[in-house]
Design a protein around this ligand. Structure first.
Ligand code: PLP
Length: 365
């Protein structure tokens, strides 16, 4: 139905389709009148946070009447130490989506171009359209970024190039060599955003930690999040790493209290608990194996993933399969909105959850 106020809204909003989040457990159970369902739809950490984080959250209750530290002093200092950078390089966000949105507001406007890959994360077009920028979409190669195609689309007007590494919803990951060569080729007046929301899962040999390249590329912004491997999705905390002058601009549009005191305290505690992170990554590695083997046994193909999810080619429309899985109490994520109508994205869960998904999928097919 047409929105009667659309003529009054900023021009980019007419074609903007809002982000589609994974279905919450409570919603499914309310709709079907069932309990005991499982959610493998939003790439969350099935272990949740460790005990230190829980204690830190408890301790924050006393400070509820006070505004949080708007400058996130301790958290930015800890993140700077973690990445061997200055605190002035760190911009905190209400989730890393918030940082992505700040980047769009600072570096894009009507007439400027926003460049990303086909099948790239949905927030790039949303944040870009909200500020009236023109979208440029490079065709994907093997479901991942085609860096040559992307380079060919950069113009004088390109304000921001977005790269998710690993990418969501496909799980593809670029190696250090080609990614670095690409960034070197991007003109210095175009910002390059490398969104590393799944970095902790992909951290091995060839996978780049682009935060180490910030000294070489003043136009590079790296984003990270506590929502995935750190298990803090509900708290909404992420961050950007960049040249201090870029951070200064991002902080000009940042809401003063965008990261609340629970989120700051939890992120600090999570960052210090390397053991829990290791456990989470290890659980994911085993779960990925379990899902890959199970999916192969059913006779289906999937896109090899460096993240905490697997995107499966069902060889037929995923919508009805998703609906049937929902009726069995299993929430996954159809990705037709990304132009992948036959694929289903499933997040790696606990061993028992992965098993239940595989059984349900086998049953539905
Ligand atoms: C999940 C995700 C994010 C992070 O979102 P938050 O706002 O930090 O919860 C960012 N980028 C990609 C590609 C993601 O999949």
């Amino acid at each position: 139905m047409a929105n009667q106020f659309i003529q009054l809204a900023a021009p980019g909003l007419a074609a903007l389709k809002p982000y589609v989040p994974g279905k919450p457990l409570s919603e499914l159970e309310r709709e079907l009148g069932i309990t005991g369902s499982i959610k493998l739809a939003s790439n969350e950490n099935p272990l949740g946070p460790g005990p230190q984080v829980r204690a830190a959250l408890q301790a924050q209750i006393a400070d509820v009447p006070r505004y949080p530290d708007g400058g996130a002093y301790e958290l930015r200092r800890a993140l700077a130490r973690h990445h061997d950078l200055e605190p002035a390089c760190v911009t905190v966000g209400n989730g890393s989506n918030d940082v992505l949105d700040m980047i769009a507001r600072v570096f894009l406007w009507a007439g400027r171009e926003s460049l990303f890959s086909q099948y790239a994360f949905a927030v790039y077009p949303i944040s870009s359209m909200a500020v009236g920028a023109t979208l440029r979409v490079a065709p994907a190669k093997d479901y991942g970024h085609d860096l040559d195609a992307m380079r060919g689309l950069i113009t004088d007007q390109t304000g921001v190039v977005w790269i998710a590494n690993p990418n969501n919803p496909t799980g593809t990951c670029l190696d250090a060599g080609p990614l670095r060569a690409f960034i070197e080729a991007v003109p210095s007046n175009t910002l390059v955003v490398v969104d590393e929301a799944y970095f902790e899962y992909a951290d091995d040999g060839n996978r780049p930690d682009t935060s180490r390249w910030l000294g070489d590329f003043p136009n590079l912004i790296v984003t990270r999040t506590f929502s995935k491997a750190y298990g803090l999705a509900a708290l909404r905390v992420g961050y950007g790493l960049s040249h201090p002058d870029v951070a200064d601009l991002l902080n000009r549009v940042r809401q003063p209290f965008n990261v609340d005191s629970f989120a700051q305290a939890a992120a600090l505690a999570a960052l210090a608990d390397r053991e829990h992170l290791q456990r989470s990554v290890e659980l994911n590695r085993r779960g990925m194996q379990q899902l890959e083997e199970g999916v192969r046994r059913i006779g289906l193909q999937f896109i090899p993933s460096a993240g905490n999810f697997l995107t499966i080619d069902l060889g037929r429309e995923a919508g009805p399969v998703d609906q049937a899985l929902l009726r069995l109490g299993v929430i996954t994520r159809p990705v037709a909105n990304y132009g992948l109508p036959n694929h289903l994205r499933v997040s790696i869960g606990l061993e028992s959850e992965n098993e239940r998904f595989l059984q349900a999928l086998g049953q539905v097919l």
